[in-house]
Ligand binder design. Structure first.
Ligand code: PMP
Length: 329
């Protein structure tokens, strides 16, 4: 079997294709320095980040292990290191140290008392209420929201992808690397175009026509047994999952290379998959109406898929360092 089927206790009942989930009364957020009911975590309509997108965010998953009765936060340090670096890009410094940020994430999730998979959304945002677009001399704050969460897209049977007519926002215009809230309108154009045209996801190209990534996931292809992924200089988000997949490839002895990838190279590639916190590892069976891997799921993708899900649910001790057990409430 390619992947485990979500157990009833693991997948939130309202989790749809976008992992959509409805906040409940019991949800707790970290907001303005304290833990509050999610319903009370509110900002003014004049908030700078609301009007101009001047915020950076993270998406983190926590996986419920039914046998062990443990919720595992995945790669918490890596996400907190990234948000600190990206916040500094927007002149938002003086954040708590990484250890303290990880503690706040753990504590927020713990207070929610999840016994199912969850999604955590930390955000550093320009919190002042002022008109005037700029980055400097503005106050900022840190918040964390945590919700139950299922699959973002179908990770079992393979997804259908189209090449977007929207290019990825270039590093010299709006760095994708920064995971900047305003930048996600670019990703929204791509995702919506793909879905309205009957596809699941978008393949996004750089301004010079190289394959960059998907709307909200990094890209891997397999050619002649070699796993390939674009370099960080091809306008990608430097994905935590991308790095994890490269680590898995190293441990499993799968040859891998980081280099630019052409669009038509994917048409003739043996396998393709997308990866990211939300997407997890989604095999691609079709790009622009051309079947990939004969419309099935190729052997390298299958091997990595199984290894990834075992690792994130705490079923492979070789990757225990990826996980932070979150105490129950
Ligand atoms: N690219 C983009 C544009 C994304 O939004 C995401 C999701 N955060 C990814 C790649 C995957 O990154 P990660 O593995 O860190 O979630």
């Amino acid at each position: 079997m390619l992947t485990e089927k979500p157990k009833a206790a693991q997948e939130h009942p309202s989790a749809g294709v976008h992992g959509a989930t409805t906040p409940t009364e019991g949800n707790v957020a970290y907001f303005e320095g304290g833990y509050v009911p999610l319903a009370d975590a509110k900002i003014s309509v004049l908030t700078h980040s609301f009007m101009y997108g001047t915020a950076v965010f993270e998406g983190i998953r926590a996986y419920w292990n039914q046998e062990q009765g443990v919720l595992y936060g995945l790669k918490l340090r890596e996400h907190m290191e990234r948000i600190r670096r990206n916040a500094a890009m927007l002149f938002m410094n003086d954040l708590p140290a990484v250890d303290e940020l990880v503690h706040i994430v753990v504590e927020t999730v713990r207070r929610n008392g999840f016994r199912e998979d969850a999604y955590v959304r930390p955000c550093v945002y320009k919190s002042g209420q002022s008109i005037g677009v700029r980055l400097h001399k503005l106050p900022h704050d840190f918040l964390v929201v945590a919700l139950p969460f299922g699959n973002y897209i179908d990770t079992d049977s393979g997804v259908r992808v189209m090449t977007s007519t929207w290019r990825r926002n270039a590093d010299d215009a709006l760095p994708a690397r920064g995971k900047i809230v305003g930048g996600y309108v670019n990703m929204a154009f791509q995702k919506t175009e793909a879905e309205l045209n009957g596809f699941d996801e978008a393949l996004v190209l750089t301004a010079d026509g190289h394959a960059s990534e998907a709307s909200a996931a990094n890209l891997f292809v397999v050619r002649d047994g070699i796993l390939l992924t674009p370099p960080v200089t091809d306008d990608i988000l430097e994905g935590v999952t991308r790095k994890a997949i490269l680590e898995l490839a190293e441990v499993l002895g799968i040859p891998h290379e980081i280099r630019s990838i052409d669009r038509s190279e994917i048409y003739v590639a043996d396998e393709m998959f997308l990866c990211g916190t939300g997407v997890q590892l989604a095999p691609v069976t079709e790009l622009d109406h051309r079947p990939i891997a004969g419309g099935a799921i190729g052997p390298v993708t299958k091997q990595l898929h199984e290894a990834y899900y075992a690792a994130v649910r705490g079923r492979d001790s070789r990757f225990a360092h990826w996980l932070t057990p979150i105490p129950s409430r």
